[in-house]
Design a protein around this ligand. Structure first.
Ligand SMILES: [Zn+2]
Length: 217
């Protein structure tokens, strides 16, 4: 059973831990660690980058099991039972968590205006949330101003971000605002966010796209 530290604490960047499984696939050699600090790509969020004993690695979800197991690529084979030190790129982790959490806030406020969520993209430089645009063309200027103001107020209010579990699902909540099932990494308080702005709002092919920028303080 693998412990996912990245789901417990966004700001826990390293783990000295044991190799509990190892193998080889088309990605090369891989290992599974008992304590895992790496977020694998998913839910619109990029994967963490990092190192195992100082060598670059990438996490990926084990494709051959229904269990949530995260494997790490490694240049050279490592044996089961070996102890290694793993570390995620802390700066990238913080940036991804800020973009992702801010995405929840923006998403919630746009949904409050009556739009149905389609998909989220939390990648740096292209972060945006997409919605069904609806039958009538929305007033995009008003929408952008409303969502920007409400998100700024939520950040200024330093709203807490919490994780809980309901019906076997991990639920992420912004205190007093929205809750959503989510498996990503998040900041612990909106006070961690800085430089927020709505960068673009447009409708194309019946899809409303709300793009934004934000950084980790
Ligand atoms: Zn999330």
């Amino acid at each position: 059973m693998q412990r996912h530290i990245y789901l417990e604490d966004t700001y826990s960047f390293t783990a000295t831990t044991q190799v509990i499984d190892a193998g080889h696939s088309d990605l090369g050699h891989w290992i599974t660690l008992a304590d895992n600090v790496f977020h694998p790509q998913g839910g619109g969020q990029p994967s963490d980058a990092g190192t195992v004993d100082g060598t670059p690695t990438r996490p990926f979800k084990a494709p051959d099991t229904s269990e949530h197991i995260v494997r790490l690529t490694c240049e050279n084979p490592l044996g089961v039972g070996a102890t290694v030190t793993s570390a995620v790129d802390a700066q990238a982790r913080r940036r991804h968590a800020a973009l992702h959490t801010c995405g929840h806030v923006v998403d919630g406020f746009v949904r409050n205006l009556g739009f149905k969520h389609r998909v989220s993209n939390h990648f740096p430089g292209q972060a945006r949330i997409e919605f069904d645009a609806g039958a009538d063309k929305p007033d995009l200027e008003h929408l952008a101003a409303t969502v920007e103001e409400q998100t700024r107020q939520a950040i200024e209010a330093s709203r807490k971000v919490y994780a809980t579990e309901r019906d076997g699902l991990r639920i992420i909540g912004i205190d007093g605002l929205h809750e959503d099932p989510c498996g990503g990494t998040h900041v612990d308080s909106l006070s961690r966010l800085t430089g927020f702005a709505v960068r673009s709002v447009k409708v194309k092919g019946g899809v409303l796209k709300v793009g934004y920028v934000v950084e980790h303080a």
